[in-house]
Design a binder for this molecule. Structure first.
Ligand code: ADP
Ligand code: MG
Length: 247
């Protein structure tokens, strides 16, 4: 067995035992203020759908940014897909991030490009051959219900449609984990539901999905695992949970 094969097996074994996402007593302090995360431990198994809820400032986005390896924990360990992110080398980060798809509240699209280009771009940066891009992009746009809009400039789209483009872009490289930080924060109730239903479908087809949200009605209706944060700690973690009041 080569060294690389052995490492891969070790990562797979770690995931089986500890989860696809695993935080072990993680704290994160910025230069000012009290810690944004304070002793957080959690494990998310492959194929789970998890909501993360809590007051503004409770540390939800900090947690997402640690998983993306945009931030490094001040103490404790963060493991994603068997990689210890504290030990990940800089040159390993781009390849590691291919395991993750991410969507944000404000879509973050390239507004001078059309829908097709926004999604194709994500494939070009990881050097997918053109032939495959021309096959993958229409297919993922159909999945998010935008097959007919591929030529539209993103600014001509509704908020809900823009978030679908962002979702297609996040998914086109087939990540094993989809992270969404308040994906419906800028959407009306109808579009919010449509995006959440899409996230559920994506989860049902095998992707692990982690959604930060303030949408109480949707959290209560969808009956998923709900992790509630307050002031940098997890105050509850319930299967089939509900949105807990903040006061
Ligand atoms: P949430 O996403 O739950 O609203 P955040 O993770 O964004 O919470 O923030 C948690 C805490 O960390 C807040 O007190 C916030 O002010 C602080 N914080 C977040 N980002 C930074 C930063 N880049 N520099 C300093 N403090 C930050
Ligand atoms: Mg946030």
């Amino acid at each position: 067995m080569t060294r690389r094969e052995r490492k891969k097996l070790q990562r797979e074994e770690f995931v089986r035992e500890n989860g696809l996402i695993c935080l072990e007593n993680v704290s994160k302090s910025y230069s000012t203020g009290s810690p944004a995360l304070n002793g957080v431990s959690l494990s998310i198994k492959p194929g789970e759908f998890v909501f993360i809820v809590g007051d503004s400032g409770s540390g939800k986005s900090t947690l997402i940014r640690l998983l993306l390896r945009e931030l490094i924990a001040t103490s404790g360990n963060v493991w994603v897909k068997g990689h210890n992110l504290n030990k990940l080398r800089h040159r390993e980060i781009p390849k590691f991030r291919r395991n993750l798809g991410i969507v944000f509240q404000d879509f973050r699209l390239l507004n001078d490009r059309n829908v097709y280009e926004n999604v194709a771009f994500a494939q070009r940066v990881v050097q997918v051959p053109g032939r495959e891009i021309r096959r993958n992009v229409p297919s993922i746009l159909a999945t998010v219900g935008l097959a007919g809009k591929y030529k539209a400039k993103t600014k001509q789209l509704s908020g809900g449609e823009q978030q679908r483009v962002a979702l297609a872009r996040a998914l086109v490289n087939r990540p094993s984990i989809l992270l969404a930080d308040e994906p419906t924060g800028n959407l009306d109730p109808k579009n919010s539901w449509e995006i959440m239903k899409l996230l559920e479908e994506i989860n049902e087809s095998g992707t692990t999905v982690v959604v930060v949200t303030h949408n109480r009605e949707i959290v209560n209706a969808m009956q998923k695992r709900v992790i509630t944060m307050r002031k940098g700690v997890i105050i509850s973690d319930e299967e089939g949970g509900i949105y807990i009041d903040e006061d």
